[in-house]
Design a protein around this ligand. Structure first.
Ligand code: AMP
Ligand code: MG
Length: 415
């Protein structure tokens, strides 16, 4: 049986990025760049004022002091979007506002709080160092430098930067379409009657949201009964997608036909079973290089294996340079006793206490409890060889779902 790391190492090569497409910046959020994007021009694109005040030549105010007032005639104005049409003549000042083009000839800005305006003149009582209150052209960014790298995800900050560079189209990796095929005689769709013995196909809803969250495109197929012909027919349809995930029917029960159906359709087995809890009976297979994953149907197992094994693979396919989760270190609030042997991924609620994270494991760690995922914001990784974990021990956790949230403003104590 493979460890989680070994399973990931076997799976990842099947998840190469799919190639690129060009999208408009306004449709690029959450996508991964397929090419480095370079600055088209300097930022700021021109020397401009960081203050409201007066643009002058340093030499003209060099003699100013408390007892030596320098008077300069104010000739013209430069405001954001309305530059002074001419050069600044020696011995004159130009009224200037934040963001405005620094007139040619001016080399410093005196903030208006340090100047006194009297009619058509401005009076200065302090000298001004060269370059004061000026945002120099290219001081933030030089033309040609890398703005965002291939394999980076586009968030609002990156999108704002690209927009500021007049970049309207970006090359991003194509989003994989992922077929979700639920199997089980007991499954019914939302809104249907539930005769005794039937349940709602809730996995289809949970996992399609997990897919959307990553940036993949879910293709939810109608659930199929536990018969080989039905599963095989649905698999053929599912194989039109870039990745296939089946749900249920991968254990050793008399009605677990998924692996047999894989074989009948020509899907080649990779491995079965991972040394993890929950989620042990996961199957990985390939059809002409296309990844096909058989996930256990239990909703907890399905969500945990998705997060631990499938999400990193899909992130790699989406073009992420760093597809693996970065676990945080947290302190276990209560002791926990378990059977050692497999890595256990436990649902927990993480809170910040003092300077560190504390995790409280959900009371029901059995894989039968659907309520045990509600409000969960951390998946705690419990090492395979540990049976007894003491309260206060440090553990690793993957922050998940809603993340960390507080009831009070974090600024209250800061002021
Ligand atoms: P299986 O992996 O098919 O043995 O299913 C394990 C458990 O998960 C059973 O109790 C199933 O009823 C349940 N289950 C299977 N598929 C789904 C699904 N799509 N949604 C919700 N529960 C499911
Ligand atoms: Mg089943």
């Amino acid at each position: 049986m493979r460890s989680i790391a070994e399973a990931l190492a076997s799976m990842l090569p099947a998840f190469s990025p799919l190639g690129e497409e060009e999208v408009h910046l306004s449709a690029s959020a959450g996508r991964y760049l397929s090419r480095d994007v370079l600055a088209r021009f300097d930022a700021p694109p021109f020397d401009n004022s960081a203050m409201d005040g007066y643009a002058v030549r340093t030499a003209d105010v060099a003699g100013a002091g408390p007892d030596a007032v320098v008077r300069l005639p104010v000739l013209g104005e430069s405001r954001a979007g309305g530059p002074l049409p001419s050069e600044l003549n020696p011995g004159t000042a130009c009224r200037i506002f934040t963001g405005a083009f620094l007139p040619t000839g001016a080399d410093t800005v005196v903030m208006q709080e340090d100047a006194e305006r009297v009619g058509d003149e401005v009076l200065m009582r302090t000298a001004a160092p060269r370059g004061a209150h000026i945002r120099a052209q290219g001081s933030d960014l030089k033309s040609g430098s890398v703005l965002v790298r291939a394999g980076d995800r586009l968030w609002p900050g990156e999108i704002g930067l690209l927009a500021s560079q007049n970049i309207g189209q970006v090359h991003v990796f194509r989003r994989p379409e992922v077929a979700l095929l639920s199997t089980g005689d007991e499954l019914r769709e939302l809104g249907e009657d539930l005769p005794p013995g039937t349940i709602i196909n809730s996995n289809a809803y949970a996992l399609s949201e997990m897919l959307r969250d990553l940036g993949a495109i879910p293709l939810v197929l109608p659930a199929v009964a536990d018969t080989l012909p039905e599963i095989e027919a649905a698999l053929r349809r599912a194989l039109e997608a870039d990745v296939v995930i089946t749900l249920g029917g991968v254990s050793v029960g008399a009605y677990d036909f998924v692996q047999e159906a894989f074989a009948n359709v020509g899907i080649e087995p990779g491995f079965w079973k991972v040394r993890m809890k929950p989620g042990k009976p996961l199957v990985f297979a390939q059809y002409e290089g296309k990844p096909v994953i058989g996930v256990p149907g239990n909703p907890i197992s399905a969500m945990v294996t998705f997060e631990v094994l499938i999400a990193p693979c899909l992130r790699a396919m989406l073009g992420d340079r760093r597809p693996h989760p970065e676990p945080v270190v947290a302190r276990l609030r209560e002791s926990y006793h378990r059977r050692p042997g497999r890595v256990e991924i436990a649902r927990a609620v993480a809170t910040r206490e003092g300077g560190e994270l504390t995790v409280t494991l959900h009371k029901r760690q059995g894989s039968g409890s659907l309520t045990s995922f509600v409000g969960v914001n951390a998946l705690v990784i419990l090492p395979a060889d540990r049976a007894d974990l003491a309260a206060g021990e440090l553990v690793e956790a993957i922050l998940w779902g809603p993340g960390l949230r507080a009831e009070r403003s974090c600024f209250e104590a800061i002021g």
